[in-house]
Write a protein that binds this ligand. Structure first.
Ligand code: ADP
Length: 326
């Protein structure tokens, strides 16, 4: 059918466009030009490729003359408008974050038609990789990661930032196997007025005259940041079961199931999940106004009904597990 053909061609073009929007691999050495806080500039030795995202490539980079290693996130300086906006949001918001469970942003510079972000290195992949490999984590491990992610959410919200894209693939693991939230491309700044909140994309410079009443109303209820708590509920479910609760073949079906809270806990023998864990997830998947905030989450029974691992437990056990062990 001509219409389907048209669609296919459009998809192909889009896919091609996306491919071309990745920058080429960097040379073996990358030079950061001199700047105010580093007058002599810097040289990074490029090591292995860490991964590719929608528009970025990530490489490990070692700062010459030191043993410091970073993740260098590289994007083309010239990007399609939509990606440019995502990237500007990311730069503005990520560069202002400083918390132990958020990937640290160090600096940004331009080199050979690309922009380089110098980020804290997370050499152990994403939480998604680990959960897939392990087919779900143990409850003590889930306690550990939930507290870490909740702390990062509390920090972001206290700075007026809503992440809006929290998922296991955006949570990276540092060398000690700590969780670090990365990728602030869809984050939004919640501008707080005297007695109202308005959501505003940082990249839009609106004036109050042009803000629709429903945006103000939505803000007045002040529940916009609760989208991150919903995502955390999905993450906790997925850490326990290795699958998100509303997994379906079509997006519409996922939305329908989410709206109806249509999910089941697996009941395979040997896959015990505590009542406390289930209740915590259920509380985070309520309507926005009913969801717990970060302080309430960490006080939940789930965190006192069983063992809470120490940092050393996590670092030694998880880091030393061979990649395909259960
Ligand atoms: P995009 O914004 O284009 O989606 P990402 O931020 O997801 O790009 O980065 C692409 C990939 O690079 C990730 O999937 C991950 O494999 C890797 N990566 C990103 N940030 C880091 C980091 N701080 N440490 C290690 N690897 C990272």
């Amino acid at each position: 059918k001509p219409q389907e053909l048209k669609k296919q061609v459009a998809n192909l073009k889009a896919a091609k466009g996306q491919k071309e929007s990745h920058p080429p691999p960097p040379p073996s050495y990358v030079t950061e030009p001199p700047c105010r806080d580093r007058r002599e500039g810097a040289v990074y030795e490029i090591r292995s490729c860490l991964g590719k995202g929608g528009f970025a490539i990530c490489y490990e980079g070692k700062l010459n003359g030191t043993s410091k290693r970073y993740a260098l996130k590289i994007v083309k300086s010239q990007m399609p408008a939509k990606m440019e906006q995502k990237f500007q949001t990311e730069l503005q918001i990520h560069s202002k974050m400083r918390q132990q469970n958020i990937v640290q942003f160090y600096r940004a510079f331009a080199f050979e038609n690309s922009t380089y972000l110098v980020l804290e290195l997370c050499p152990n992949g994403s939480l998604m990789d680990m959960v897939k490999r392990r087919k779900g984590l143990t409850e003590p491990e889930v306690r550990f990661y939930t507290v870490q992610i909740t702390g990062a959410i509390k920090y972001m919200h206290s700075k007026g930032i809503i992440h809006r894209d929290l998922k296991m693939g955006n949570i990276f693991l540092d060398r000690h196997m700590n969780a670090k939230i990365g990728d602030f491309g869809l984050a939004a700044l919640l501008v707080t007025g005297k007695d109202m909140h308005t959501i505003r994309r940082t990249t839009l410079c609106g004036t109050p005259n042009y803000i629709a009443p429903e945006i103000l109303e939505k803000g007045r209820k002040g529940h916009d940041h609760m989208v991150d708590i919903w995502s955390l509920g999905i993450i906790v479910f997925a850490m326990l079961t290795s699958k998100p609760p509303f997994q379906s073949t079509t997006t519409d079906e996922i939305y329908r199931r989410a709206k109806e809270r249509d999910y089941d806990w697996p009941d395979a023998p040997g896959k015990y999940i505590s009542r406390e864990a289930k209740e915590l997830v259920a509380s985070m998947l309520q309507d926005a106004a009913e969801r717990p905030d970060p302080d309430q989450i960490v006080q939940d029974n789930f965190f006192i009904c069983g063992y809470m691992p120490t940092q050393a437990d996590i670092t030694t056990r998880l880091r030393e597990l061979p990649p395909d062990s259960p």
